[in-house]
Design a protein. Structure first.
Length: 92
């Protein structure tokens, strides 16, 4: 996120927006393999408020929105799409 904030002005002067996306637990084949081999991922999953992983279509929809003119006022920031996990890891 700090890179986005730092670069937002310079890229804005060129007519471009800078946005980063930080997904959380996303249901993918690679993620399924991690569940089998990584007990920490089980803990993260248990702490996700909706008790589910995000989906690839959900992330794709978010990327499509962020790249569209509908998101023209979103720039210089990170979009956290983690199902609330970061908030629970920080203690609320």
């Amino acid at each position: 996120m700090s890179w986005c904030r730092r670069e937002a002005w310079a890229w804005g002067q060129r007519g471009a927006r800078v946005v980063s996306l930080s997904p959380g637990l996303i249901a993918t084949p690679m993620g399924a393999a991690e569940f089998a081999n990584n007990p920490v991922k089980h803990d993260f999953y248990a702490r996700t408020p909706l008790a589910r992983e995000g989906t690839m279509p959900e992330i794709a929809d978010l990327v499509e929105f962020l790249a569209s003119d509908r998101a023209s006022s979103i720039w210089g920031t990170d979009v956290l799409a983690d199902g609330g996990l970061a908030g629970t890891l920080r203690g609320g």
